[in-house]
Design a binder for this molecule. Structure first.
Ligand code: F0G
Length: 486
């Protein structure tokens, strides 16, 4: 990459969570170029399409990028979930899958990897993150209890609600402002937690649901100071802290870069310290852990583990495979170890920043500071002529596809869904379009193509009108909803 290194080595500043993050603005002067810590061994050809083909495909897909066929997509930034390139070692691991129904050797490799890098005692594998969310929600939520979290995630909140929980957002106010440049916008506001206890009592709180980094806030990190303070708070009230560890390695990178005292520490050490302040975690290994499928839930309490193990056989499969093949668990064990390498994570977030730096330079409105896994365009400022109910972020995702065949995802009012009680839309402050970067998949040249397409769409922004929803599924509507142009 012709882009400066990021991370501890590149730091000329050390920040606490009160500090603001300086802008990247593409290239910084006076630095040597720096490249990905891997080379390409196998390639997958891409298809390029012309505008009439894309117009047809977008209309057939009901202006929902989830409903496109992937062969109609040129650069796929829909998600970083399950879309990573595995290493040669991971592929080699696939060949030593032990496909025994019970007691697969690969399970024990995975268990050791999670104990080594995340530090939890007991592991239950699941087919992916939402399988783990289902198990932990059913185990730890009593109907009518509140589940405070640092912003919601779509599948997480749904499982909490389906278990009878009531989600309450306790993220710091800064997280809802796309122009605020605070270094740790994922932090929980402990004042909001105190208010919740005061109003309902500690017994009415199931646990704190802590996401690191916070996907819907733009991939923003939680500071070590914040998770430590949460631990103290939880101990005081007898309330557990559970971590959504899906992108906790990326979170560790931001702590290393920004938090006093962590610049010289390894990512692996920081991750383990972070997890040590929590009672357990659920994981979509399809992100940080560099696999195409897989997840887990891990805890320190034997009693909770027993209940998870009881439930996993109902919903996923036996407790030593959890809906996965042995080979999938082996790839996950190896990917987990690769994911905490300092070089890997610096290149991964460095690529996100390379793209973001170009867009910053051209004045494209986006969520700031740039987070871990994606660039989130701020559709409210992109299309000030559109109301939120005109689905500005959904419109922007459609326009980007029409321009160049790049696929992105809405993270605004459509993703937020409806309040089950009132039936009204949730209206999040953030109306964002996510350009999500798969790990180890695209090159810097792909990022240049993406940036130029965003610029072209930005230059045509004034003529754009919104969308209306013509079909709405009951659950997680963003996946299958259909739209028509206004
Ligand atoms: N938690 C977070 C923070 C996530 O981002 C996801 C998935 C999940 C849990 C659920 O995991 O997909 O394996 O069942 N996020 C994907 C995304 C889908 O595109 O952001 P899953």
């Amino acid at each position: 990459m012709g882009h400066p290194p990021t991370g501890a080595a590149a730091l000329s500043y050390v920040m606490t969570n009160k500090h603001e993050v300086p802008r990247t603005m593409g290239q910084q002067a006076g630095r040597r170029s720096w490249a990905e810590p891997w080379k390409i061994k196998m390639v997958e050809p891409l298809t390029m399409t012309d505008r009439p083909t894309r117009e047809r495909a977008m209309a057939e897909a009901g202006y929902n990028t989830f409903l496109l066929r992937s062969t109609d997509v040129y650069i796929d930034l829909l998600t970083d979930s399950g879309t990573s390139a595995m290493s040669d070692r991971q592929w080699a691991g696939m060949m030593v899958g032990d496909e025994a129904y019970a007691g697969s050797e690969n399970f024990y490799h995975l268990e050791t990897a999670i104990q080594t890098y995340y530090g939890y005692k007991y592991l239950v594998p699941t087919h992916q993150g939402r399988g783990a969310e289902n198990l932990i929600s059913r185990t730890e939520i009593k109907p009518g209890q509140y589940v405070p979290g640092n912003m919601y995630f779509t599948t997480t909140r749904l499982h909490q609600e389906m278990a009878g929980g009531i989600f309450v957002d306790v993220i710091c106010d800064e997280a809802h402002d796309p122009t605020n440049r605070n270094a740790f916008k994922g932090n929980v506001d402990l004042g909001k937690l105190d208010a919740l206890v005061k109003e309902h009592g500690a017994d009415k709180i199931a646990y704190v649901s802590l996401g690191a980094t916070v996907n819907m806030a733009g991939g923003q990190p939680v500071s070590m100071a914040n998770v430590k303070a949460l631990r103290t708070w939880g101990d005081k009230h007898g309330i557990k802290i559970y971590l959504d560890a899906t992108r906790a390695v990326e979170n560790a990178f931001f702590i290393q870069e920004r938090e006093t005292g962590y610049a010289g520490r390894k990512i692996a050490e920081i991750l383990k310290e972070f997890c040590s302040y929590t009672d357990g975690a659920w994981m979509s290994a399809k992100k940080d852990s560099l696999v195409n499928i897989g997840g887990w839930v891990a805890v320190n309490s034997w009693e909770v583990f027993e209940e998870l193990r009881n439930l996993v056989v109902v919903f996923e499969g036996l407790h030593t495979y959890g809906g996965l093949a042995g080979r999938d668990m082996e790839a996950m064990a190896i990917g987990t170890a690769e994911s905490v390498q300092d070089d890997h994570i610096r290149a991964r977030i460095g690529q996100v920043r390379y793209l973001g730096g170009l867009l910053e330079k051209w004045g494209v409105p986006m969520m700031e500071p740039i987070g871990g896994h994606a660039i989130f365009l701020d559709a409210r400022r992109f299309y000030p002529q559109l109301k939120q109910d005109d689905f500005a972020a959904q419109t922007l995702a459609a326009q980007l596809y029409l321009d160049s065949g790049i696929r992105t995802m809405e993270r605004g009012i459509v993703s937020a869904g409806r309040n089950a009680k009132t039936g009204d839309h949730y209206r999040p402050k953030l109306e964002l379009t996510r350009l999500t970067i798969p790990r180890r998949v695209y090159t810097q040249a792909h990022m240049d193509v993406v940036a130029e397409s965003v610029k072209a769409v930005y230059e045509q922004r004034e003529s754009v009108k919104g969308l209306k929803m013509v079909y709405e599924p009951k659950y997680l509507r963003f996946f299958q909803a259909r739209f028509e142009p206004l």
